[in-house]
Design a protein around this ligand. Structure first.
Ligand SMILES: Nc1ncnc2c1ncn2[C@@H]1O[C@H](COP(=O)(O)OP(=O)(O)O)[C@@H](O)[C@H]1O
Ligand SMILES: [Mg+2]
Length: 416
């Protein structure tokens, strides 16, 4: 069969890499793909929000697998048809594209989450932050590519963020509506599961490292690395999370007439009171996927087909034993301004890790940097420590001008 993968980041490279191992998959197109994806799939120069162009191109493919949230929130799966598109419909994607919608759903279905207010008017928001306990969290409700959540330390910081979002509109429409919620303490984890709306098959839990600097300091990024599985969550813990969080969320949507099919991602804070939902995403995580996929034994295409066809109840999902760590190599300056077009060398020396390309481009026989996050280097090992050591050992072999990586990916799992 012929499949198209929408997206061009590290997540999509990992998905394409895994799909290319499926005996059923004959041809993979990536829209737009990247330098590394181009080695194993045919890249097509169409961006992920160019819905009309995507629709025209995918007429002749059998399945469309959507990586990022934006095309899902634009209704790509509705438009290609639910028998052909992998991922939730536009309405189901609201659990990511509207944090207000998601919090309402959580409240209605009794999910554990931080107490919150939703505000559509500045004056109302300014009233709500009075007399609150700080830190407090202020979030733009709409999609903001990871730049819409702010932890504020006092009322005047809170006021400033409200003005920026609702009056200056620094995030445009995304900040028209905001969520104000209590700050939760604990260990943050990502739990992802395939669901066909009735059945749930969880992936191994993982932990992302969102901050730029070691020790979880500095600005938030798209993710500087991840590891899986998380040693402090047992299989039973994950089962409980499926029962108490995933099932009520998906069944709650169904009650409102919305069927959810695809991968559902819960960003969780493991607090002293148990896991609480920070947010839902409606897709695979990046860079969690680059850590999880190399340990996946099952055929990804079979899981995708079973999800689309509502057959997950008869499926199992198997992972290899051991641990996986993905270290992201970024351009210096990221997540702020950075330069592109630096030659990347040393690939041929890497022999014990998988390299997933994110922001790269192939020009002639050379790979050049083409984004903030450039590569993810994933290594596996029997112990988490082994996978970390290997990932760094191999990452060291790759060079480009201004390469930056965090030095402590995975350490929280070793200490915790
Ligand atoms: N209630 C909360 N308490 C503590 N930290 C939070 C809370 N909500 C969000 N965060 C932190 O902010 C990050 C981003 O928030 P999130 O809701 O995931 O939005 P997005 O991923 O859309 O930016 C989270 O990964 C978490 O580290
Ligand atoms: Mg998040």
């Amino acid at each position: 069969m012929r499949v198209a993968v929408i997206g061009g980041g590290g997540r999509e490279h990992a998905l394409v890499w895994k799909l290319s191992k499926s005996p059923q998959v004959d041809m993979i197109y990536a829209l737009p793909g990247n330098g590394g994806i181009g080695e194993i799939a045919e890249c097509v120069d169409i961006k992920t929000d160019e819905i009309e162009e995507i629709l025209r191109f995918v007429k002749d493919v059998d399945y469309v697998i959507v990586g990022p949230e934006v095309p899902l929130s634009l209704g790509l799966v509705d438009l290609v048809g639910k028998h052909k598109g992998f991922g939730p419909t536009r309405d189901a994607a609201l659990v990511e594209s509207s944090k207000a919608f998601a919090k309402d759903l959580m409240k209605k279905t009794g999910l554990p989450t931080a107490d919150f207010d939703i505000c559509r008017v500045r004056e109302e928001a300014l009233l709500k932050i009075r007399g609150k306990k700080y830190p407090l969290v202020i979030k733009a409700s709409g999609l903001a590519a990871g730049k819409g959540a702010f932890v504020v330390e006092n009322e005047s910081d809170a006021r400033e963020k409200i003005e920026k979002l609702m009056v200056e509109k620094i995030l445009g429409e995304a900040g028209k509506e905001i969520v104000i919620e209590d700050f939760l303490r604990g260990e943050e984890v990502s739990v992802l599961a395939f669901t066909d709306g009735k059945h749930f098959l969880p992936l191994i839990p993982s932990q992302d490292h969102k901050r730029l600097l070691d020790g979880d300091k500095g600005p938030n990024t798209g993710g500087m690395g991840a590891y899986a599985p998380v040693p402090f969550l047992s299989d039973e813990d994950v089962e409980k999370i499926i029962d108490r969080i995933f099932e009520p969320a998906v069944y709650g949507l169904k009650k409102g007439g919305i069927e959810y099919k695809g991968v559902l991602y819960a960003g969780l804070m493991i607090t002293d009171d148990g896991p609480k939902v920070l947010e839902f995403n409606v897709r695979f995580g990046d860079p969690e996927t680059q850590a999880i996929i190399p340990l996946m034994e099952s055929d990804l295409m079979e899981l995708i087909l079973a999800t689309i066809e509502g057959r997950l109840g008869e499926m199992r999902i198997n992972f290899n034993a051991g641990y996986s760590t993905c270290v992201v190599l970024a351009s210096s300056g990221y997540p702020g301004k950075y330069e592109k077009g630096k030659e990347i060398t040393g690939f041929e020396d890497v022999d014990d890790a998988i390299i997933f390309h994110a922001g790269t481009k192939r020009v002639g026989g050379r790979f050049l940097t083409n984004g903030g996050r450039v590569l993810g280097v994933t290594a596996t090992g029997d112990k988490l420590e082994d996978s970390i050591e290997k990932a760094y050992g191999e990452a060291e072999k790759i060079h480009f001008d201004g390469v930056y990586m965090r030095r402590d990916i995975g350490n929280r799992g070793v200490v915790g």
